[in-house]
Design a binder for this molecule. Structure first.
Ligand SMILES: [Zn+2]
Length: 258
């Protein structure tokens, strides 16, 4: 890799870390919160209208993340750059780490970018983000901690409408997920997805396998449907709901697994 950097002085830092306001077991992370693009990459050849779509970022999740952080007082770590630049929930080098096409939209600059450019994106955008999460978790070593990964999903994919308002994704460690699924179903007004709309695996995900499963930390990977959190009122309602349920889930987890 050449030493020439991708990010310029005027480009935003790849990580936005908001410190905890008071003691909390929750560390909130948001891989797809931002849609910045390094100046050097222009618009990646993607039309302005497509930058408003779910392919560029997780619509609504930044608002939910900030409001949830306000309510819980917990740390929130967000990625600033668009998933079209590099997907921070994929291992570097994964076939969909730097996408050439996403939900019918081609990304011409990614298709023509040399491998060197992909490596620079990983080096300057993905690694600092995951490094910051690791730093946070290392500093909490020995403290009760749950990683809460926040995402949102498009209501219609490939012409198929998705019925779930919220889904929880899990793989080897389902301890906290099982409790939260039960609480969400007990709300009575929700269609709750269990490993829907996606299944969590070591290859389709990166953040939870790397930071939670590898460390043995309990976690939730939360997916909220984007039409429900497109505006401030929806974001507040979901932040309220999660801020109410998460401490109950945590108390039950501690009572069962402590
Ligand atoms: Zn996401």
């Amino acid at each position: 890799m050449s030493s020439r950097s991708l990010l310029a002085e005027s480009d935003p830092h790849p990580v936005r870390a908001h410190p905890a306001k008071h003691a909390s077991p929750f560390v909130l992370v948001s891989d797809h919160a931002g849609r910045a693009v390094p100046l050097a990459l222009g618009d990646l050849g993607v039309h302005a209208d497509d930058w408003d779509r779910h392919i560029a970022w997780d619509i609504g999740i930044a608002g939910v993340g900030h409001k949830l952080r306000d309510r819980l007082g917990a740390t929130l770590i967000e990625q600033t750059y668009s998933r079209l630049v590099i997907d921070c929930n994929r291992a570097p080098g994964h076939p969909t780490s730097v996408v050439i096409s996403s939900d019918g939209t081609t990304v011409p600059v990614n298709a023509s970018a040399p491998a060197d450019c992909h490596a620079r994106r990983a080096h300057e955008i993905l690694h600092p983000y995951h490094g910051r999460i690791a730093e946070e978790l290392n500093a909490r070593e020995g403290e009760p901690t749950a990683l809460i990964a926040l995402h949102s999903f498009t209501p219609v994919m490939g012409g198929v409408a998705r019925p779930w308002q919220i889904g929880l994704l899990h793989n080897r460690d389902s301890r906290l997920t099982s409790i939260m699924l039960e609480l969400l179903r007990a709300e009575g007004d929700l269609c709750v997805g269990d490993n829907e709309p996606y299944v969590l695996t070591d290859t389709s995900d990166y953040t939870v396998p790397l930071h939670a499963e590898a460390r043995g930390l309990p976690y939730l990977e939360v997916e909220i449907r984007q039409d429900l959190i497109a505006d401030e009122a929806g974001q507040c309602a979901w932040a309220d709901r999660l801020a109410r349920l998460l401490p109950i889930a945590w108390a039950r987890f501690c009572a069962t697994h402590a």
